[in-house]
Design a binder for this molecule. Structure first.
Ligand SMILES: C[S@@+](CC[C@H](N)C(=O)[O-])C[C@H]1O[C@@H](n2cnc3c(N)ncnc32)[C@H](O)[C@@H]1O
Length: 256
């Protein structure tokens, strides 16, 4: 099968990892599209911005660093620091297959591609066509394949991935627990997971303001122990957590 895109080699490899590959893959925008146009994730203000045209254009350079730092606090990690945390938790080796869930414009996916090298594969998955178009345009590596799919319905075959990342997105999902269920199934035994999401903590005025802001924009605030417990219940071990501001980083390894 030949695919009409610059990322065709990577998309062929993505197709080979799917539980049920489509008979006629839609790759006309440079990513593999498994969703009908109207599937766009949760109907919240925060997700509406991810589907817009202006936000993907400024996301990587301005939006994410500025809002991320606000959430992490002045002493929290910079974007480079976040990348280092992700790479530490994911423990990528050359030849690995890594899935970046809710990849946005591919800002982390491209970093992962560098870590897995020429024999490896970095897959960026998102529901937003505007984010994915930006990701395709900004990615010049034939070891990166982008995929439009819902995190709650990951289309991969069981135990097909060496590592899974989901940064700055779990709090936007309608079904975060279903997404974690699916992650636990598609990652290999011994596979690694890295999450970055919200954390309801701090003195009560801070919790009040961040909770109100989150409520207004449709962002879910997770409890301090909620994700670590959810991962342990889904067969993950070696759970690590780091807290910065109203953000938590969680790493874990799928039990063998
Ligand atoms: C804030 S961006 C995160 C991008 C990148 N991971 C980062 O850390 O900068 C959140 C992304 O989640 C995506 N998203 C929201 N709901 C989703 C879902 N149910 N399945 C897949 N992606 C989703 C949005 O479209 C958006 O691109």
């Amino acid at each position: 099968m030949s695919l009409p895109s610059d990322h065709s080699g990577a998309l062929e490899r993505v197709l080979s990892l799917l539980a049920t590959p489509p008979a006629a893959p839609d790759t006309r925008d440079g990513y593999l599209d498994l969703l009908p146009p109207e599937s766009t994730g949760r109907r919240s203000l925060a997700q509406a911005l991810m589907l817009s045209t202006p936000v993907p254009a400024v996301y990587e350079r301005w939006w994410r660093p500025a809002l991320g730092q606000l959430a992490k606090g002045v002493f929290g990690p910079t974007m480079r620091g976040e990348r280092d945390i992700a790479l530490d938790y994911l423990d990528l080796a050359p030849g690995d297959t890594v899935l970046d869930i809710a990849c946005g414009p591919g800002n982390f996916t491209r970093e992962f591609a560098r870590a897995v090298g020429e024999r490896g594969l970095a897959i960026g998955l998102d529901v937003s066509p505007t984010m994915l178009r930006r990701a395709v345009t900004d990615t010049d590596a034939d070891t990166v394949g982008y995929l439009r799919a819902d995190a709650a319905d990951l289309p991969f075959a069981d135990a097909s991935l060496d590592a899974v990342c989901c940064f700055a997105a779990l709090h936007l999902f309608d079904e975060p627990w279903t997404a974690l269920d699916r992650i636990a199934v598609v990652v290999k035994p011994g596979g690694r997971l890295a999450l970055m999401t919200t954390c309801a903590r701090g003195p009560s005025p801070v919790r009040g303001v961040s909770g109100a802001l989150a409520g207004a924009t449709g962002i879910r605030m997770f409890g301090v122990a909620e994700l670590a417990d959810a991962l342990a219940a889904r067969g993950f071990a070696e759970v690590r957590q780091r807290l910065d501001g109203v953000v938590q980083f969680v790493g874990a390894v799928r039990r063998r």
